[in-house]
Design a protein around this ligand. Structure first.
Ligand code: FAD
Length: 287
């Protein structure tokens, strides 16, 4: 099913994200985590493309498996470090696998890569145009950044480019993780003022280890509110306690978002079915 259709239904949705294995021997472990997460029956599951060290070659396969488990799936696709030929082939693979949803991304610019280079994709919008050519029926989503994309000179410029992506055919947006809901609501207000009217799915990362928090800040540059920082300082050295605290914090964030009218939430599961299940269980009557 197309995600745009799912989001049109007048109800709260909880979707989830998984990532492919870094190496072939890890495939079975990831595959069984994905199977467990699928059993929770989220609104859809998306599979990243080479993010965080995961290899891109399994994205289509995992996305297809998700559909076989009876859950709508979305394949992420990045373009900046791939040739036009590879990107077009990957779109055809997605199409042939029957995957109806693609998250169109630029991807991070690899260290040392000349950017912009010649004959290279520069921005996600370039990828959106190519998807429209190769697979016009696909439902396309895009990424957005409540605290501004790190490369953008300012928030207004960043939002201007988000609007361009939507005008080019992006039917919904998923946010980068954030830990302070007021940042999301403020951003949503700015997007609406700029004429961006597609659904904006709130990306929630349950941070269940101290290292994960440090890595999240490093990768996304997002603000950690003092309230959450105090929790990590108090419980970060105990894996069991930190796990519980991470689930509680993420759940509280989700409840507050839903209470204030944000109806679409996307949980970055980090391939941890038990974390996804705990969150799902705690909000079971809300979705
Ligand atoms: P773009 O939309 O191209 O934006 C990148 C920067 O360029 C921004 O600063 C923007 O303001 C600017 N810009 C955009 N268009 C123009 C233009 N026309 N002219 C000038 N400037 C412009 N990475 C992965 O490798 N794999 C994944 O699976 C993955 N999944 C993600 C999922 C989500 C929900 C999010 C939020 C991020 C994900 N990422 C993933 C990370 C993402 O690839 C990086 O954040 C990347 O740096 C930007 O990608 P983008 O699609 O947002 O790029």
């Amino acid at each position: 099913m197309k995600i745009s259709e799912i989001l049109k239904e007048n109800k709260v949705t909880l979707s989830m994200e998984v990532f492919p294995p870094k190496t072939e021997p890890r495939f079975d472990a990831v595959s069984s985590a994905v199977k467990e997460i699928s059993k929770l029956k989220p609104a859809f599951i998306s599979c990243t493309y080479g993010a965080g060290g995961g290899t891109s070659k399994y994205t289509v396969q995992i996305s297809k498996d998700i559909m076989d488990y009876g859950v709508t799936s979305m394949a992420h696709l990045t373009c900046v470090s791939s040739s036009h030929e590879t990107v077009r082939q990957q779109i055809l693979n997605i199409k042939e696998a029957g995957i109806e949803n693609i998250l169109a991304l630029r991807g991070d610019i690899p260290d040392g890569m000349a950017f912009p280079g010649t004959n290279q994709f520069e921005h996600a919008i370039d990828l959106i145009h190519v998807i429209k050519e190769e697979y016009p029926e696909a439902c396309i989503g895009g990424a957005c950044y409540p605290e501004k994309h790190p490369d953008a000179p300012d928030k207004d410029t960043d939002i201007k480019h988000i609007k361009e992506k939507v005008d080019a055919g992006c039917e919904f947006l998923t946010t980068q993780m954030f830990f302070d809901n007021s940042i999301y609501f403020n951003y949503l207000y700015r997007l609406r003022e700029a004429g961006v009217n597609v659904p904006v799915i709130a990306g929630i990362m349950p941070v269940t280890t101290k290292t994960q928090m440090e890595r999240s800040i490093e990768l996304s540059g997002c603000i950690i509110p003092p309230r959450f920082k105090a929790m990590v300082d108090a419980f970060g050295d105990s894996p069991e306690k930190m796990k519980q605290v991470g689930v509680i914090y993420a759940t509280e964030q989700i409840v507050e978002l839903i209470s204030n009218g944000c109806t679409h939430i996307h949980v970055y599961t980090m391939n941890k079915p038990e974390i996804a299940a705990s969150i799902m269980e705690q909000i079971s009557t809300l979705i």
